[in-house]
Write a protein that binds this ligand. Structure first.
Ligand SMILES: C[S@@+](CC[C@H](N)C(=O)[O-])C[C@H]1O[C@@H](n2cnc3c(N)ncnc32)[C@H](O)[C@@H]1O
Length: 211
């Protein structure tokens, strides 16, 4: 049995329960911060990894479900936290992220990724694979919240808001464009973009002018 003195200073080390709680608390604090900071931005929100749907349920309490696209390879969420079919992008994110980038361009105002499992080195390897797929999807000023550290070229890693535990969640923001993406963003801005993408882009005209 842990004594109170041990529990007060977390004893000899963190238990799995401590780590889990820190992760959940940090996830909520970072999501709340990111939801508020991007509330006035146009563009969609991406939830990468539906799982049970807890974080989707949280997002949906503050953001219209019509704005949240959920990426998942196999939906098995709580019935209360299951996104509508038309907002679910089924499949492996290594395939669905690039096709969604073609569909919507660099318009996402908030991307939340919680794709990992218990194997930390596997999570880290996967974060390396998907970082370059996620990075071009974020709009200028958009935020990315992740349970794993990501490997971005041009996004700024942010200090976590008060209450979040460093290392248990990560936050990034697009403060500038990367030169190599400008050509592709501009070349399909008009004409060949889908109606949805044109709608999002029209809403984000102010952002586009900053490019
Ligand atoms: C930790 S759970 C997400 C938990 C969720 N945030 C919640 O609050 O309930 C991770 C989810 O990511 C999904 N996932 C993992 N790798 C994926 C991939 N390559 N493509 C699509 N989905 C993936 C898994 O199927 C799983 O449902």
């Amino acid at each position: 049995m842990p004594c109170f003195a041990q529990v007060g200073n977390r004893g000899a080390g963190l238990t799995r329960l401590d780590v889990f709680i820190d992760r959940m608390v940090s996830q909520r604090v970072c999501l709340d911060y990111a939801i508020q900071a991007t509330a006035d931005m146009p563009g969609p929100v991406y939830e990468l990894g539906l799982g049970n749907g807890r974080t989707y349920h949280h997002l949906r309490s503050y953001v219209s479900a019509r704005d949240i696209y959920v990426f998942e390879r196999a939906v098995a969420s709580h019935p209360d936290s299951t996104p509508p079919k038309e907002m679910t992008i089924l499949g492996d994110v290594r395939e669905t992220l690039p096709t969604t980038l073609q569909r919507f361009g660099a318009t996402a105002r908030l991307i939340h990724a919680d794709l990992g499992g218990h194997n930390l080195s596997r999570n880290d390897a996967f974060a390396r694979v998907i970082s370059p797929l996620i990075e071009p999807m974020l709009a200028l000023g958009g935020l990315m919240v992740s349970s794993d550290g990501m490997y971005f070229d041009a996004l700024t890693e942010l200090a976590l808001p008060p209450g979040a535990v460093p290392g248990r969640c990560f936050m990034y923001r697009r403060d500038r464009w990367q030169l190599r993406w400008l050509t592709s963003i501009r070349s399909d801005s008009y004409g060949c973009a889908s109606p949805e993408m044109r709608r999002v882009r029209a809403a984000g005209a102010g952002v586009k002018q900053q490019i």
